[in-house]
Design a protein around this ligand. Structure first.
Ligand SMILES: *Cc1c(COP(=O)(O)O)cnc(C)c1O
Length: 464
């Protein structure tokens, strides 16, 4: 032993790695460790444990925000201790939530009598909107003397739905009536959707930005068809727009596009604050055009400074940090800020689409024209010896995470790759990505040559 017994404690702090012996200990996986660990050591050990994880900024698979300004992060870390649900303890936070709902209502052209709430994300928001549709349908059905128990109520949506709708249908016992995507129509076929309505239909979901391909459903057309449909029946069917990714994007990039509360039959809309609302994951929004579309039973009264405040969230306690982060962005960027950030993101997507076309290997399915994402498949070429999965692997060697996956049901023979452009993916990163992509293709095309080269070199006795 190098140290005397009395020195041992001091010696522990002189260990060469991070100055502690704790680093030699195994992190608890199944039960609590017996002893406490110094905060700085716990920090380092857990940080190390996370070291070989993908880098969020290079994750081209996600719509979720991966960058916020230091001031936003500071504000959010200073408000982590605030519980959104304690409206009487944190009335300013409640006020900030209200302001955000008002701001979003204004962006979506809501008339006077709207109501809305923050949520954890679009999934919770979709659950709420779906439940409201189910409850409202039940009331209509009771009035029209439709036999309630006979058949399951159904929800009409394109097969490009996000998994939250499947959850909604399972949790609340609804038939998910999917309208298949076709090669010619990679969004909701609105005619088929209206044709699928029966008296058990609780509503139709239009998607502003199908997760798979980034395409917008033609909500305006759907609205027109429903206006005609609703004229001839008491059993009216309305639209919920799942605008998880488009809800805080389209109002800035395509303000003239009609998809929101301007359309007669759109009664509720959700969005993810943590997608193009530019907040770190943990905030979403749902709004109803008119209080009458949100059945009373779903509104719970919380006491609030001697008064009462309506709440309709599914979750109860959670930190207010994300909500405050959303308000920070609204204050900080304003309309023009969001617009220029999103337009820049849009430009990057168009640039990527252009470069992908130039590579002559891909057929574009989405060229970043609506949501800023590009997705593509390989052109047919019998000589090609690699797949998109191989390309994903190659790109991962440089840290880029680019997902390869099949299209939904009926088109699932089609394998595609998708790149989502976010605000923190600038033109410089896009240049770097394209360079890496070209190199990856080059390597895949010539992988057998590389192998030969290596053997030859070995044979000729290269020594370096
Ligand atoms: C991302 C997404 C969701 C789920 O949103 P979260 O905020 O992650 O819960 C739902 N629908 C669509 C269309 C989406 O893109």
């Amino acid at each position: 032993m190098l140290y005397e017994k009395k020195d041992r404690r001091e010696a522990e702090y002189l260990e060469p790695i991070f100055g502690t012996k704790n680093e030699d200990e195994i992190l608890p996986s199944y039960k609590l460790g017996q002893d406490s660990v110094e905060p700085r050591v716990a920090y380092q050990m857990i940080k190390d444990d996370l070291l070989d994880e993908g880098k969020a900024r290079l994750n081209l698979a996600t719509f979720c925000q991966t960058y916020m300004e230091p001031e936003a992060v500071k504000l959010m870390s200073e408000t982590l201790d605030r519980n959104v649900i304690d409206k009487s303890e944190y009335p300013r936070t409640a006020e900030i939530e209200n302001r955000c709902v008002n701001i979003i209502a204004n962006l979506w052209h809501a008339p006077e009598n709207f109501i809305g709430t923050s949520t954890i994300g679009s999934s919770e928001a979709c659950m709420l909107a779906g439940m409201a549709m189910k409850f409202a349908w039940r009331k209509r059905a009771e009035k029209a003397a439709i036999a309630l128990g006979e058949k399951k109520p159904n929800l009409i949506i394109s097969a490009g739905y996000q998994v939250c709708w499947e959850k909604f249908c399972v949790y609340w016992d609804i038939e998910l009536r999917e309208i298949p995507l076709t090669a010619d129509c990679l969004s909701l076929d609105v005619e088929k959707a209206v044709a699928a309505i029966d008296e058990y239909t609780i509503g139709i979901v239009g998607i502003l930005g199908i997760t798979y391909t980034g395409q917008y459903d033609n909500i305006k057309k759907l609205d027109e068809l429903l206006t005609t449909y609703n004229k001839q029946t008491e059993n009216k069917v309305f639209i919920h727009v799942d605008a998880a990714s488009g809800g805080l994007y389209a109002p800035f990039v395509e303000p003239e596009l009609k998809w929101d509360f301007q359309l007669d039959n759109v009664i509720s809309i959700n969005t993810s604050g943590h997608k193009y609302g530019l907040v770190y994951p943990g905030v979403g929004w749902v709004l109803w055009k008119d209080k009458t579309f949100l059945p009373e039973e779903l509104i719970f009264k919380v006491s609030y400074l001697g008064g009462e405040l309506p709440t309709m969230a599914i979750n109860f306690s959670h930190s207010a940090a994300q909500l405050i982060g959303q308000y920070y962005n609204f204050v900080r960027f304003g309309y023009k800020g969001y617009q220029s950030i999103h337009k820049r993101t849009h430009d990057v997507a168009l640039y990527l689409a252009e470069k992908l076309k130039e590579a002559k290997q891909f057929e574009l399915i989405n060229d970043g024209n609506q949501l800023p994402l590009v997705c593509y498949k390989l052109t047919t070429n019998k000589k090609r010896k690699w797949t998109l999965y191989d390309l994903s692997d190659r790109l991962l060697m440089k840290g880029w995470q680019v997902p390869t996956y099949p299209l939904p049901k009926d088109l699932d023979e089609e394998i595609i790759q998708r790149i989502v452009v976010r605000s923190d993916f600038g033109m410089n990163m896009a240049h770097d990505f394209i360079e890496d992509l070209k190199a990856a293709i080059q390597e895949l095309e010539h992988s057998h040559l590389v192998f030969h080269e290596k053997t030859e070199r070995k044979n000729y006795g290269f020594t370096h």
